[in-house]
Design a binder for this molecule. Structure first.
Ligand SMILES: Nc1nc2c(c(=O)[nH]1)N[C@H]1C(S)=C(S)[C@@H](COP(=O)(O)O)O[C@H]1N2
Ligand SMILES: [Mo]
Length: 325
């Protein structure tokens, strides 16, 4: 009989072993905070915290023990102009067409979706092409929490606490070649586990998206493993998805299985379906209406409060330089 132990980064802290608690970053920082150790180690910022954590890590009692990343420290740099959206709304109002088009039903359609084990293939123009087991990959990267605005092209908006790591950290790890100019990302392709893939078989599954490499290396581009200090629910794109807060939500591809570095601009799922409605860049812009509706305002979910849409969804200071003509 095959007994599979779930990786610890997918189970709650309360269920973790003492070893796991030791390797949990928050517990470790709490320990540091208790003594003069924090000062001695020059522990000033989150970047430092991640380095100190990595440097001090001993071989774990079990491999899984090193993977308990929740809850991760919040990076205070990324602030919101509105309260964090209530958790139930974020996890029960979803766009994930692989499971259906009714946003409030997606959470009820994911039960057959298996998200572990999971691997991510890094392919194409890269020095170290490799298929990573997600658990192994997670251990190599600095995990933190960020509060980001999230804006769908349909004009609804939320504010979400994501846990994850900068896409740039992964890019630095795998070292794209000098002729790599774009990243193409691909979602899972398992119709047997995803009812929307079966009922809407006309779509060109699996979902695929892309970024310019300079966009992918921008500090805001974030690979997400969790929500509200817990592992990512399946309906939000478990076990790994993107968050690109200055772009419309469809660029933030969910349940990623492949990242390919290319020298040509990759095609994207929604651009192939409706090229006049969804372009490759897809930055949030109040002045560029969707052909069928205005983008001047957005509606907060839940509640429906209307707000003015901000250029780059309010992230101009981070990304405007990428789009200077
Ligand atoms: N694989 C995949 N990724 C996807 C989608 C999808 O249908 N399939 N929908 C996109 C859209 S339109 C949005 S708005 C966000 C929604 O993410 P959320 O449900 O976590 O809010 O996921 C994006 N990523
Ligand atoms: Mo969206």
């Amino acid at each position: 009989m095959l007994i599979r132990t779930p990786p610890l980064w997918q189970i709650p802290e309360s269920a973790a072993t003492p070893e796991a608690v030791y390797y949990n970053r928050r517990a470790f920082l709490r320990q540091l905070g208790k003594g003069a150790a924090a000062a001695t180690l020059g522990l000033s910022g989150l970047g430092n915290a991640a380095e100190v954590f990595a440097a001090s890590r001993q071989p774990a009692a079990t491999d899984a023990a090193a993977k308990n990343i929740f809850p991760a420290p919040r990076n205070a740099k990324y602030v919101l102009d509105r309260p964090v959206t209530e958790e139930h709304a974020v996890t029960h109002y979803n766009n994930f067409y692989e499971f259906g088009t009714d946003k409030q039903e997606v959470a009820n359609m994911v039960s057959a979706f298996k998200t572990q084990p999971w691997s991510v293939a890094v392919t194409g123009l890269v020095a170290q092409p490799k298929t990573y087991d997600l658990d192994d990959l997670v251990r190599l990267l600095p995990i933190e929490e960020r509060l980001y605005r999230h804006r769908c092209v349909e004009a609804w908006a939320m504010a979400v606490p994501w846990t994850g790591f900068p896409l740039k950290a992964l890019i630095d790890l795998v070292q794209p070649l000098s002729n790599a100019k774009y990243m193409r990302m691909i979602s899972f392709n398992k119709p047997a586990e995803a009812p929307g893939m079966r009922s809407q078989s006309w779509y060109a599954w699996p979902y695929y998206e892309g970024l310019r490499l300079d966009e992918a290396m921008n500090e805001l581009a974030f690979l997400v493993l969790g929500l509200y200090g817990k592992p990512l629910p399946k309906q939000n794109g478990a076990p790994i998805r993107l968050a690109l807060p200055w772009k419309y939500g469809y660029k933030s591809i969910k349940s990623i299985v492949q990242m390919e570095f290319t020298d040509k601009q990759p095609r994207t799922f929604w651009n192939d379906i409706a090229p006049l409605e969804y372009d490759f860049i897809s930055n949030v812009n109040p002045k560029v209406p969707h052909p069928r509706w205005s983008q001047a305002t957005e509606q907060l979910i839940p509640g429906g409060e209307r707000r003015a849409t901000l250029l780059y969804n309010g992230y101009a200071e981070y990304v405007a330089h990428l789009y200077k003509a």
